[in-house]
Design a protein around this ligand. Structure first.
Ligand SMILES: Cc1cc2nc3c(=O)[nH]c(=O)nc-3n(C[C@H](O)[C@H](O)[C@H](O)COP(=O)(O)OP(=O)(O)OC[C@H]3O[C@@H](n4cnc5c(N)ncnc54)[C@H](O)[C@@H]3O)c2cc1C
Length: 390
């Protein structure tokens, strides 16, 4: 894949450098880490020391001063090498962006340098058991007690809480004038009393685990609210600021994984021979791989557009493009992985070749952070102006 016209020289250099790092670690490193129940600490540390993890964060707080475009390049290339770092979606992309754009000066100074150099991580928790796709229905609620906040609620499927120093939790507070609940974002330290987590057993071969969280009157100081006093009214804006990068990064996650799967299939198709030519010469094998490649490229084009709009400050324009990119990448990744597994025949399902585990991993991009149906709903209503069914 070449992007000579769409990317600056710096971005192309970044892509090549990250690809080289990913290649040094490779899929075997990743599957080894998963098999041992460990985390990708060595890769994380090396990517951090090269400045890749905080490439999107402001320079004055130790970041690279780039945008979500650059961070997406990092995630895509590591994924293409078989080493996707899911925490990049959450820590620098969502949490880093929200704090950089809306945090108080103190919050920025406390969190951004650590998120940028990878020494600290932050998870992000919005999903609730009874809300799911309907985030208007979340009930995690914060009430004031003196200067402090008491936060109570439950969350599910929250990634990486065990390895994150804190979780950015989306809750609600009551508007003093109207009595209506409005969203608010709180930084909850991992060891805060009343904040407990239990792992959810997932059929995913990934180092990052998902957790159910219980917040039982978790006492937080006033400055745990993102944006401080202003945070009470800015919650919705803060949330939207984080959701576009999340969708763009999920697209990068899917595109990287899809590319990895196709590369593995191509290696196999070029050499595996059961008739007189390698199986890649049969169009029944070649065409679906070509189709999968085209669809990944198309998804990447939309991701590039979404990231460019976001980095240019057009949050509204980026919203539609980020949804479309996430949708396209999720679909293209599932198709690419399915075709890759099929290309390997029986070997597609062996532990030795290790690509069957991508089947469940690929489907994550269809469900999270917003399901394909909710993207289709968004496009039906917002773009096409059709009436809502729910
Ligand atoms: C691996 C993984 C990691 C995750 N990490 C995080 C994380 O770090 N933080 C976090 O907050 N969340 C996380 N999530 C949660 C994820 O964002 C949710 O799973 C997702 O938003 C869908 O919510 P749900 O699972 O409750 O599905 P539901 O909302 O119950 O939906 C179930 C099905 O119904 C469909 N559906 C629902 N409503 C409609 C409608 N109106 N029209 C048409 N179809 C509809 C959906 O598309 C879906 O197919 C993660 C999930 C996974 C799988």
């Amino acid at each position: 894949m070449t992007n000579a016209l769409l990317e600056t020289e710096e971005q192309r250099d970044l892509r090549a450098a990250v690809a080289a790092l990913g290649k040094r670690f490779g899929r075997e490193y990743f599957t080894g880490v998963v098999a041992e129940g460990k985390h990708t600490d060595e890769l994380w540390a090396e990517a951090a020391s090269l400045g890749y993890l905080g490439v999107n964060l402001p320079e004055e707080y130790g970041g690279g001063g780039g945008g979500i475009t650059e961070l997406a390049i990092v995630l895509e290339e590591l994924g293409a090498a078989g080493c996707p770092l899911l925490m990049l979606v959450v820590s620098p992309a969502i949490c880093g962006t929200v704090i950089a754009r809306f945090g108080t000066e103190e919050q920025k100074r406390e969190w951004l340098p650590g998120l940028a150099d990878g020494s600290r991580k932050m998870a992000f928790g919005i999903t609730e058991p009874d809300a799911g796709s309907n985030s208007h229905r979340i009930t995690t609620t914060a009430r004031r007690e003196g200067e402090d906040w008491l936060l109570t609620g439950r969350k599910v499927f929250i990634s990486g809480v065990d390895i994150a120093d804190a979780t950015l939790v989306v809750g609600r507070t009551e508007d003093e004038r109207t009595g209506k609940l409005k969203p608010c974002l709180f930084i909850v330290p991992r060891d805060a009393p009343g904040f407990t987590r239990s792992p959810i057993e997932m059929e995913l071969a990934a180092p990052e685990k998902q957790f159910e969280l219980v917040l039982d009157d978790v006492r937080l100081p006033a400055d745990a609210l993102v944006g401080g006093g202003q945070g009470e009214d800015a919650g919705l804006l803060q949330l939207f600021a984080g959701l576009n990068p999340e969708r763009i990064m999920t697209a990068a996650f899917g595109i990287g994984m899809g590319r990895h799967a196709i590369d593995r299939a191509l290696d196999y198709a070029r050499t595996r021979q059961v008739w007189k030519e390698p199986i890649g010469s049969h169009q029944a094998i070649a065409h679906p791989l070509a189709q999968a490649h085209i669809e990944l490229e198309l998804a990447r084009l939309m991701m590039t557009k979404a990231a460019a709009l976001y980095d240019a400050g057009d949050d509204m324009g980026a919203g539609e493009a980020a949804n479309m990119a996430k949708y396209a990448a999720g679909e293209a990744c599932v198709k690419a992985v399915d075709q890759a597994v099929h290309t390997l025949g029986g070997n597609g399902l062996t532990k030795e070749y290790g690509i069957a585990s991508l089947i469940t991993a690929a489907r994550v991009g269809r469900i999270a952070p917003v399901s394909r149906e909710m993207v289709l709903n968004f496009v039906s209503h917002q773009t096409l102006g059709l009436p809502k069914s729910y």
